[in-house]
Design a protein around this ligand. Structure first.
Ligand code: IVH
Length: 684
């Protein structure tokens, strides 16, 4: 019998893992899909690390949907999916010298040798990973990484980037393969990022958090002309399959890519041993300040491509490379004041006001304190000298007080009992870390909801950025969402900073936003727990807003991915008479909700769920799965009642016998190939 304590501990681990999975998926989505991260890379890394540590301790608790099993990021709806022939993996991190050494030890163990293989170390550029396919030397297809297996087709946008050659030069006679998949990073320089944000601030548009997000936002433009106007650069660091490129090492591969016409990441070097690797790491950490592009670490790769092949990859990352991350940049300053901000959903979050301090070249005067438990846990007090850090880049945070510097005059931080905006007493629900303002009419909540409604995550009304919405609310022109549709050009033109032209443009943008897709509108309404992903799920299941508004919790819970919190939140939102009134007004104002675009509706394998068993001869499992997914099919990992097709390779397992009993369609590899060929939609 297991000691009770162990059982309880495992139960705790199970619960914590579920929490971590949910949090990580949420932040993945914010980072990869919305380009709008909420936490710093360092905080994300911590979550991920905790997940991996727990999973290592309890391997039987690793669920099939664990983020440790995938690469992160799901493709957006608007761009056509592109399956990567070779998955685009991500990298494991090493946070200190010890972990770099561990990486080398792992290499030796796997390769059964005491000798450290020769390595190639290069800066880790902080941009967006893309793949460029060249057929007979001509650029034919460009895509984002997406979830690693399937990305988005952004060929037209990539074609606008000057450093992406439209046609390759042959580095040496006969050296250009018929098909070449070049991989690298698309980046915006720090100077380009600042200039872009300056322009956006002038136009009252939302600012990008960092160059990476600016690059991502610029690439994922449906209008390639917008991409063309941004000073993006491409730096090559590898290829999908080096086999047909006639090179033996990473260094040769890079030289060949340069010969073919690509720009390489500068400051890469071949390193014969650990000491050289570490020295190069310190060198880059120094150089970092002067580089025109943001780098967040150094990638260490096994130089020999044949050894790379032997080492292969785990689910998420190759065994032959590691990302050595730079430490977060820290500085100390004084905590002057704590302000409490009321968010769109009423959540009250503390924000630290700091004496301005330069942290790695950026002046920081505000930092997030997350929530009141954090304040208590860190024992922060007003007047404290505190350590602040920018990890990677993104949002600065207060790490801890410098207790030795206390004079005794520091004061406890008073947590508000009432909403700082509308004075309604705050409530804190059991199990939640935040206090909320329960007043749906709270002006701060209204303002934030309106900002959200018009923002990129909402209806994306060009010209109605944060500042413009604030102005409209301050001047009393807009009090609620329907008011936006009541605006007239004359009213706008009279406002400070506006002219006839900008007024006319915004009115046109508002008019365009009268026709909107169901999922978009749902996400824009700012219903608690209903972000872009849940909105998509709902819109795919229910044809109209009416249908969703009438659904009961049990109907909503039937949707895969919709949990009790979301269902309850939807029901309470739609049962609210104020919501009914608002929707009625929107309808009267001419809002037209288009049914969900047939994303995948007409795809040939839509509605079918595939399970694989045995070894396929012509496909890797990953490729086979990618082929199914790009045709709209789903993949199962266990035999359950949803499975419609079992694909059988050589030496099938017990799944085959079971599938026969369940009368599931059984496809041999040749049947599967025919099915794919017959349902090809111009995919590879
Ligand atoms: S090699 C198998 N080299 O880092 C992965 N990646 O977590 C091979 N990155 O998004 C990647 N600079 O785009 C490699 N010099 C470099 C890199 C680099 C930046 C990015 C890459 C990916 C992420 C990996």
């Amino acid at each position: 019998m297991k000691p009770l304590l162990q059982v309880a501990e495992k139960e705790r681990a199970r619960r914590r893992l579920a929490e971590l999975r949910e949090q990580i998926s949420y932040h993945d989505h914010r980072y990869y899909v919305l380009d709008s991260p909420e936490i710093s890379d360092a905080e994300y890394d911590l979550l991920f690390r905790e997940l991996k540590d727990l999973e290592e301790r309890y391997p039987d608790l690793v669920s099939s949907d664990s983020p440790s099993r995938r690469v992160g990021g799901a493709p957006l709806a608007q761009f056509a999916p592109v399956a990567h022939r070779q998955p685009m993996l991500s990298l494991e991190n090493a946070f200190n010298e010890g972990e770099i050494r561990d990486f080398l030890v792992r290499l030796g163990r796997f390769l059964h040798t005491d000798q450290v293989p020769i390595l190639h170390a290069e800066p880790k550029l902080d941009g967006l990973a893309v793949e460029l396919v060249y057929e007979d030397g001509v650029f034919s297809l460009g895509s984002t990484r997406g979830d690693g297996l399937t990305g988005e087709n952004i060929t037209a946008n990539l074609a606008t980037i000057g450093s992406i050659p439209a046609r390759l030069q042959a580095p040496a006679p006969g050296m250009l393969p018929a098909r070449l998949e070049v991989r690298g990073e698309v980046c915006l320089s720090i100077a380009g990022f600042r200039e872009l944000n300056r322009q956006r601030a002038e136009a009252s548009e939302a600012l990008f958090a960092n160059p990476r997000n600016a690059a991502a936002g610029s690439l994922r433009q449906l209008d390639a002309a917008v991409t063309a106007a941004r000073p993006l650069e491409f730096f090559a660091y590898g290829v999908g399959d080096a086999a047909d490129f006639g090179v033996a090492t990473q260094a040769e591969l890079l030289a060949a890519l340069a010969g073919a016409g690509f720009q390489l990441i500068p400051h890469g070097r071949t390193c014969p041993d650990l000491a050289t690797v570490i020295a190069h790491f310190h060198h880059l950490a120094e150089l970092r300040r002067e580089l025109p592009y943001e780098i967040d670490g150094m990638v260490i790769k096994v130089n020999d491509l044949a050894l790379q092949q032997r080492l292969g990859a785990k689910a998420r990352s190759p065994r032959w490379a590691v990302a050595a991350k730079f430490a977060a940049v820290q500085a100390t300053t004084v905590l002057v004041r704590v302000e409490f901000q009321v968010g769109r959903t009423g959540a009250v979050t503390p924000v630290a006001r700091l004496e301005p301090v330069s942290v790695g070249g950026v002046t920081v005067s505000r930092a997030t304190l997350h929530n009141e438990d954090e304040i208590r846990r860190k024992d922060l007090r007003l007047g404290d000298t505190v350590v602040v850090q920018r990890a990677g880049e993104v949002i600065p945070e207060v790490v801890k007080p410098v207790v030795e510097k206390r004079s005794g005059a520091e004061q406890a931080i008073q947590l508000p009992a009432a909403c700082p905006e509308c004075a309604t007493p705050l409530v804190r629900k059991e199990g939640e870390a935040v206090r909320r303002c329960p007043n749906p009419l709270c002006p701060a909540q209204r303002l934030r909801s309106l900002i959200h409604f018009c923002s990129k995550a909402g209806l994306d009304i060009e010209g109605l950025g944060k500042k413009a919405v604030e102005q409209l609310v301050q001047t009393g022109l807009v009090r609620d969402i329907p008011d936006i549709y009541r605006l007239r050009a004359e009213q706008l033109a009279e406002l400070e900073g506006w002219g006839e032209k900008s007024a006319a443009n915004v009115i046109a943008a508002i008019a365009a936003a009268k026709r909107t897709r169901l999922a978009r509108l749902l996400a824009a309404l700012g219903i608690r727990h209903v972000g872009e992903v849940n909105a998509q799920l709902l819109a795919r299941r229910f044809p109209t807003l009416e249908a969703i508004s009438q659904a009961e919790e049990e109907d909503l819970l039937e949707i895969d991915g919709v949990g009790p919190q979301v269902a309850a939140s939807l029901v309470s939102f739609f049962r609210d008479p104020a919501t009914e009134e608002m929707l009625a007004q929107l309808r009267d104002l001419g809002l037209e909700i288009l049914p969900e675009e047939a994303r995948g509706e007409n795809l040939p394998l839509q509605g079918r769920v595939f399970l694989f068993t045995g070894t396929l001869e012509h496909f890797s499992r990953d490729e086979a799965k990618a082929r199914v997914k790009e045709r709209g099919g789903e993949i199962a990992t266990t035999l359950n009642r949803k499975v419609t097709d079992l694909v059988c390779g050589a030496k099938p397992g017990s799944k085959l016998t079971k599938a026969r009993e369940l009368a599931i369609t059984i496809l041999e590899e040749a049947d599967f190939q025919r099915l794919l060929a017959g349902s090809s939609q111009g995919y590879v």
